[in-house]
Design a protein around this ligand. Structure first.
Ligand SMILES: Nc1ncnc2c1ncn2[C@@H]1O[C@H](COP(=O)(O)OP(=O)(O)OP(=O)(O)O)[C@@H](O)[C@H]1O
Ligand SMILES: O=P(O)(O)OC[C@H]1O[C@H](OP(=O)(O)OP(=O)(O)O)[C@H](O)[C@@H]1O
Ligand SMILES: [Mg+2]
Length: 284
């Protein structure tokens, strides 16, 4: 019995999807042009597919789980449950208009032609606001549509905004935010659900570790209580005596985004020799 996972064959999600499996200790025997591969050390079979096709494979139960952009699920897989948010490939799906247009509100889209690869998302959003527009469905290079007279506006993925900028467009409505997710087939069997639980346990340990740093520092004993107050830690920091009398070493785990804020405070309170190390896995 194996759990069957779909990952994107080529594109934005491919590398990070394989990396997260690797970080979970799952090695995949992989020929570059293979569409299907097995893991050597986990009961897992990988299918390399187009992101846009994955919702249907999940619905049909042809694969059990998938790493997919949440935006694609919202567009064509609202019936498919998400088991885990994976924290990479973060982006928005937005409406944009030519820079020169004076934009007031979503009502400005009434009767306009909108080019997009996300027709359901746009339709639902506009319907919610009581607006009717004319959708022009295209599969790529959407941002060029207004410049060639194909549409008045577009709806597409926005990340840094540089594609919009280069095409003289401005973002006017953010319809949704997205990241890569682990999605589950509604038809997954009980046995494969058990394998999913094992996989998910590993993924959670990896994601938690990615969010955290292990820090070590030295401090004179009389400063310890002030320093410990600055450090949240998993339970409470470990304090070990240094060989030099009157000094201790403090070890703890800290959220990677909080670290820089705390660093200056630690130094001000007498911490020295501060080391910050990555964590590979973290189980609570
Ligand atoms: N510029 C971006 N920044 C961050 N994430 C993005 C960006 N563009 C796309 N994504 C995310 O990555 C996913 C895959 O995008 P990509 O362009 O590789 O594939 P695609 O052409 O949409 O799909 P397919 O695999 O069906 O060809 C998107 O659905 C979205 O979730
Ligand atoms: O805001 P930005 O950082 O510029 O990113 C947004 C662009 O990225 C994606 O295209 P991608 O590069 O994946 O090309 P594709 O159209 O071939 O999928 C998306 O379709 C946008 O065009
Ligand atoms: Mg793309």
């Amino acid at each position: 019995m194996k759990i069957r996972i779909a990952v994107q064959k080529t594109g934005r999600l491919n590398e990070d999807s394989i990396q997260i499996l690797k970080d979970c200790g799952i090695s995949i025997d992989n020929g570059k042009d293979q569409l299907r591969a097995l893991s050597r050390n986990f009961p897992l079979e990988v299918f390399y597919l187009r992101n846009g096709d994955i919702p249907q494979y999940l619905r049909d139960g042809v694969v059990d789980v998938a790493i997919i952009g949440e935006n694609v699920l919202i567009e064509k897989g609202e019936d498919i449950p998400i088991a885990e948010r994976l924290g990479f490939s973060k982006c928005k799906v937005s409406l944009a208009v030519p820079k020169s247009i004076q934009y007031n509100s979503v009502r400005d889209f009434e009767g306009k032609r909108i080019a997009t690869s996300y027709p359901n998302t746009v339709r639902n959003y506009l319907e919610k606001h009581g607006v009717k527009a004319d959708l022009h469905i295209i599969n790529g290079s959407v941002e060029i549509a207004p410049n060639i007279g194909l549409a008045d506006a577009i709806c597409d993925i926005v990340s840094s905004g540089s594609t919009l900028f280069k095409n003289n467009l401005k973002e006017v409505e953010v319809m949704l935010t997205s990241e890569a997710v682990l999605a589950v087939s509604p038809k997954i069997s009980t046995e494969r659900k058990e394998l999913l639980d094992k996989l998910q346990f590993r993924i959670q340990s990896v994601l938690r570790a990615r969010q955290s740093k292990y820090i070590l520092l030295n401090a004179p004993n009389e400063k310890l209580s002030a320093i410990i107050k600055l450090l949240p830690g998993m339970r409470s920091p470990t304090v070990l005596p240094l060989a030099e009398e009157g000094w201790s070493s403090v070890h703890t785990v800290i959220n990677k985004d909080k670290f820089w804020e705390v660093l200056a405070e630690l130094k001000r309170n007498g911490a020295e020799g501060i080391l910050v190390c990555p964590i590979e896995k973290m189980v609570l």
